[in-house]
Design a protein around this ligand. Structure first.
Ligand code: CUA
Length: 191
């Protein structure tokens, strides 16, 4: 009998310990969910109330005639500080340049826009994923660690030729990239 009652005691003891641990974990889980909720609300409200630090606009009807998006200025340019700026135009139904050439381990800024309708701009394997909106310049920082090729599909339905609107990004060794560059010339990898 004594054995039976003591085992019941220890059983109820461990049950209460288990309940206490369970309550603690429940509280921690609720705390994590509440924290994520606050972070999401803050990020949403903050971004809604604070516009991007710079919204750059451009006249989509004349961007091929003057300014930074004229054809001869499209492609990759080496800046005086050693970084690279890539200028791209997405139009129905292609990207110019169709093959973007960038070096490894170099800060790259992609500046892109559209002269006609909204296009999608995505570089696979990176977090570059945005839209090209006529009248606005999309300015995107990116850096590539290793050589390789990344597909660059338009992912915003832009008309009957949308399915065929593809480009790619070719990442080559920084040294090779510098070898290719000559003063003032814009680089790309279009054959
Ligand atoms: Cu451009 Cu879809």
């Amino acid at each position: 009998m004594t054995d039976g009652s003591s085992s019941t005691d220890s059983h109820s003891g461990s049950a209460s310990v288990a309940a206490r641990i369970e309550r603690r974990w429940a509280a921690i889980s609720i705390g994590i969910i509440a924290l994520i909720g606050v972070m999401a609300a803050y990020a949403g409200i903050h971004r809604a109330t604070m516009p991007q630090t710079q919204v750059e606009t451009i006249d989509p009807t004349t961007l091929h005639l003057n300014g930074e998006f004229i054809e001869s200025n499209l492609g990759s340019a080496i800046e005086p500080d050693g970084s690279v700026t890539v200028r791209v135009v997405g139009q129905q139904y292609s990207f110019t340049p169709q093959c973007i050439l960038v070096p490894t381990n170099t800060p790259v800024t992609i500046r892109a826009t559209s002269p006609d309708v909204v296009h999608g701009f995505l570089i696979e394997g990176t977090n570059i994923n945005t839209m090209l909106v006529p009248g606005y310049i999309s300015d995107l920082p990116v850096q590539f660690d290793k050589p390789g090729e990344h597909l660059m599909p338009c992912h915003e339905f832009c008309g009957v030729g949308h399915e065929g609107m593809w480009g790619k990004v070719k990442v080559i060794d920084k040294f090779d990239f510098l070898q290719l560059s000559t003063k003032g010339r814009r680089l790309n990898c279009v054959d």
